[in-house]
Design a protein around this ligand. Sequence first.
Ligand SMILES: [Zn+2]
Length: 471
Amino acid sequence: MLECHLPFTIQNALIPTEQGYCTVDVQVDEGRITAIEPDLFPLKQPIDATNQLLLPGFVNAHTHSSELWQRGIIPPLPLELWLAELYDFTPLDPEQIYLSALGTAVETLLSGGTTIVDHLVLIPGQEAETIAAAVRAYKEVGIRAFVAPLLQDLSMESNLPAGGYDGVIRPYVCSTEGLLELVEWAVEQFHRPAEGINIMVAPTGIQLCSDALFAGCIELSDRHHLCRHAHLLETKAQSNLALEKYGCTAVEHLHQLGFLSPQTSLAHCVWLEDTDIPLLAKTRSTVVHNPLSNLRLGSGIAPLLKYRQAGINIAFGCDGSASNDSQDLLEVIKIGTMLHNTTNLDYRHWIKPIEAAQMASLGGAIGLNLAEQLGTLTVGKTADLVLYDLTRCSLSPRTDPLGLLIWGRPTQAVSSLWVDGKQLVANGMVSTIDVDGLKQELFQRSQWSSDRHSPTVKQTEVRYRQVMGLP
Ligand SMILES: [Zn+2]
């Protein structure tokens, strides 16, 4: 993050209140909000926010940055086959990891995100270099980052229920101990919460991880105070696999292992049983909702209204760019809010724009154990702040600004953004890195051929169709 911590005052900003909206000045000093009042005086470095909406920053609570290289190209396939193709063409150069982390951060910032959780796919044999490259990118941009090295200690054949399959399941290339040592190394090297870089323990999910790996992650999380992250029951196949593997649901199993906790966030949660819901509520785990990815991969619709009624904390995630195929948080929040109106006739349970914005900000902060510091406009909290320009065409005419921001199609809406009181976006542009240079790099490294064929999809498809009962 940048070093300077100059005091400033955001002047005449519109903020949402219980009753509607009010116009205030917000003073920031040493990276913290020190006052929120109308007509503050004296002003420190005034920033005119007339006709702008001020919100706490959102959290992109689940993504995989290196998927940026494959967005728009993977055919319509369910997760298990989509993954086979993704891994056949995954980037193998740490410089690509660096560039895609920059790109993911830029898109997150420009759609209102000040924090990112990168469930980082590791290059085999260059795991440490992968983590270092992503950390370097996030430090340069200045976004608050949770780098979560994606861990698996079982091979890809393990991620489907057996369903009559009698093929060979190979051991995975990385040992459980080696993976845990890697995370320990990453913590020593990079875990600096006060500087905005955090390492998480992040087994990919029950489908590719042993109990020993989960246990090791819990131990590391306890010893180093690390947040925990995993995919959970994204697909029907994973729900069938859990029953076959454990004789109980995946949630019951993770609960027995002790993985669920207030600092645990779980991506997807599409295929939970009703009996699983109280376990997530009781352990105060967070559900990260990735609606676009769930639609793109045909995974299903997470029963979000049931989770809300059970009091479970919810955050939003873009998921990786190859299953979305964007990193636009506002788009995710829009779809993730409206989608659930189709699941319950009782409109009184439907999600309101202000509730969606709170899930994206405070919900995200709670899932990262940062509710004391982030997620609301409160004196004493850290200044992770976003101004939206209400004079943009897509936010005009002025009606209900938050309603239009969440339900509309805001384009180029973010005018200014601060993380830890440091400005990362000014006049609608990311100011901490050379974005034009980044665009050139991404373009020059593009693979121009879209005519590619994944051998692993071909190998996996017969088994997938068999175990899923497809003709
Ligand atoms: Zn994911």
